[in-house]
Design a protein around this ligand. Structure first.
Ligand SMILES: O=C(O)c1ccccc1NCC(=O)[C@H](O)[C@H](O)COP(=O)(O)O
Length: 260
């Protein structure tokens, strides 16, 4: 079993448990539930830098990145640095994140927040909403075409943006549909962890213009972004490069300033 299959098998058990513990009626009572979500896709279209900065303590490919930070400081740092939005890993077992991280990021910022999670069930979209997210991620590698359709359409009924992530042409071709806002190309193969910006470059011409194109993973230099822009990318999701530092907000600020 590859790591992605393991993550999804664990996620199915976790979601089944969470559903038993916290019913939808309770999620819907969250004060955040009726909040109007700002659009990450629009923020990226309006931006001249397009950075989505991530909070990630550890990952299957890098083990420990940084466990010494306060998610509120990271969120305020990213927002004042001029990031278009923040990606918050909420998976506990593999990434050391939680829904409380999302809630704390929400409490200390007002820019768009992406719940970075392995979404397999509408319930997780309602959780995302209840804990303050504005955007959900769907990963084509772990979802069928009909699951992508039903989950993305459900997210749209909740007023949320949808970022669909692909890593190859087959995943892209099965996924293109009007209920998506952004198409993300993950430069990291989530089964082998191999990273190459060439994946973003190769797939870019297959992505229809109506979607905001986002390049994800393995981006650590201004040069990488300058290389990707001519391929139509308006969003750049950066995690480890900021999170490995003592002050991710300050690192993002310096990066964004240099990019302008
Ligand atoms: O990062 C991993 O090792 C990983 C492994 C398995 C599934 C997902 C994984 N990462 C999620 C992400 O997509 C990245 O956190 C995100 O794109 C930022 O990447 P980076 O800038 O390289 O930290």
């Amino acid at each position: 079993m590859n790591i992605l299959d393991k993550i999804i098998a664990d996620k199915r058990k976790e979601v089944a448990l969470r559903k038993q513990l916290i019913p939808v009626s309770q999620l819907e009572q969250s004060v955040l539930f009726d909040r109007k979500s700002p659009s990450l896709a629009q923020a990226l279209r309006d931006s001249d830098t397009g950075i989505i900065a991530e909070h990630k303590r550890r990952s299957p490919s890098k083990q420990v990145i940084n466990h010494n930070l306060n998610v509120q400081d990271v969120a305020t740092g990213y927002e004042s640095a001029g990031a278009c939005g923040m990606s918050v890993l909420t998976d506990g077992k593999y990434f050391g994140g939680s829904l409380d991280d999302l809630l704390l990021a929400r409490a200390s910022s007002s820019f768009p927040l992406l719940r970075k999670e392995f979404m397999i069930d509408e319930y997780q979209i309602l959780e995302a909403k209840a804990y303050g997210a504005d955007v959900i991620l769907l990963i084509a590698a772990v979802l069928s075409q009909s699951e992508i359709k039903s989950l993305s359409e459900f997210a749209k009924t909740q007023g949320m943006d949808v970022l669909l992530e692909v890593h190859n042409l087959e995943e892209l071709q099965k996924s293109i549909m009007p209920s998506l806002d952004m198409l993300g190309v993950n430069n990291r193969n989530l089964k082998t962890f191999e990273v190459s910006l060439d994946i973003s470059k190769t797939l870019s011409e297959e992505i229809p213009d109506e979607f905001v194109k986002v390049s994800e993973s393995g981006i650590s230099t201004i040069e990488a972004i300058k290389e990707l822009r001519p391929f139509g990318y308006q969003g750049f999701l950066i995690g480890e490069n900021f999170m490995k530092t003592d002050n991710p907000g300050r690192s993002a600020e310096a990066f964004i300033k240099e990019l302008k």
